[in-house]
Write a protein that binds this ligand. Structure first.
Ligand code: 0WD
Length: 271
């Protein structure tokens, strides 16, 4: 018996087998979950996602552009047909136009801001609303966030502001859906090399920052992020809601460069 035996869930945001959604999927599948997936509309996207998820025998794969409420409604209607009810939903989606993502936040365009907020934040609200209708016995909804929404992480720019709004959305959704025994949480992951991460900037530099500053003196692994996502979706986390769970080797706890600063001082003394 796995932790997820008899449990059914939808996963939004597998782009390929580097995606964080895939790392969480692997853990859910190993614990016996029955899973449905969405893909961005288009044959190429469908093929890409199908290739990633094929090994775990998905029960459902449906197109869904989260900018369209009708796509979200259709995806959850299919989920209802396939599963009847749902126990959990993973939302692992973000997007900002590359020119707005790369620019200093002060130069973010109005259209880029609206689009990034729509796909990266409002989508969670709409997904949660539709998912809740299929969760008569309660459930768990998890999204993916990043520390750049709490403090300034240079280079994260517009996406940092989106993540701040996403974090607040998690808390308000947790409040609204709590009476139905539906929990809403976020995993705040350290940097993981994925398609989306390559758009944000120099991955090795960001990962190096974690090795230098995080209490554990390393960056997180995709496997660790997968386990934590699975945990929040599971009954093990049944008392947790409105939480932003940092899975970042302790980086978020630091108020100074810590070990990196001590090393710099030692180096200075040795010179
Ligand atoms: O270091 C990282 N990779 C971190 C990622 C650290 C902390 C948080 N995150 C977050 C991201 O901000 C995002 O919310 O994790 C989530 C998943 O990101 P990922 O796994 O890093 O990236 P990726 O594999 O690219 O998945 C994001 C997916 C899209 O992929 P592509 O590459 O095709 O844009 O979001 C989906 C799409 O599958 N997506 C959409 N889905 C439906 N409708 C849409 C849309 N309009 N736009 C993007």
């Amino acid at each position: 018996m796995g932790l997820f035996s008899g449990k059914k869930g939808m996963i939004l945001g597998v782009a390929n087998d580097y995606s964080i959604a895939w790392s969480i999927t692997e853990k859910l599948a190993a614990e016996g979950a029955e899973l449905g997936f969405t893909h961005l509309p288009g044959e190429k996207m469908e093929r890409r996602v199908r290739k990633a998820i094929d090994p775990i025998g998905p029960k459902l794969l449906v197109p869904c552009d989260v900018q369209k409420d009708e796509d979200i409604a259709a995806a959850f209607a299919k989920a209802k047909e396939t599963f009847g009810t749902l126990d959990f939903v993973l939302h692992s989606i973000a997007f900002a136009p590359i020119e707005d993502l790369k620019a200093p936040f002060v130069r973010a365009s109005r259209d880029g801001f609206k689009l990034a907020m729509d796909i990266s934040v409002y989508s969670l609200v709409s997904v949660a609303r539709h998912a809740a209708e299929l969760m008569p016995n309660g459930g768990s909804i998890v999204t993916m966030t990043y520390y750049g929404g709490e403090k300034v992480v240079p280079g994260y720019n517009l996406m940092g502001v989106c993540k701040a709004a996403l974090d607040a959305s998690v808390k308000y959704l947790a409040y609204d859906l709590g009476p139905k025994n539906i929990r809403v949480n976020a995993v705040s992951a350290g940097p993981v090399k994925t398609l989306a991460a390559s758009a944000v900037g120099d991955f090795d530099k960001l990962s190096g920052l974690y090795e230098a500053i995080a209490p554990m003196q390393r960056n997180v692994t995709r496997e660790e992020v997968g386990s934590s996502g699975m945990f929040l979706l599971s009954d093990l986390a049944r008392g947790i809601s409105g939480e932003i769970l940092h899975v970042d080797c302790g980086y978020h706890a630091m108020g100074s460069p810590g070990h990196a600063f001590e090393k710099a001082l030692e180096q200075q003394a040795a010179d």
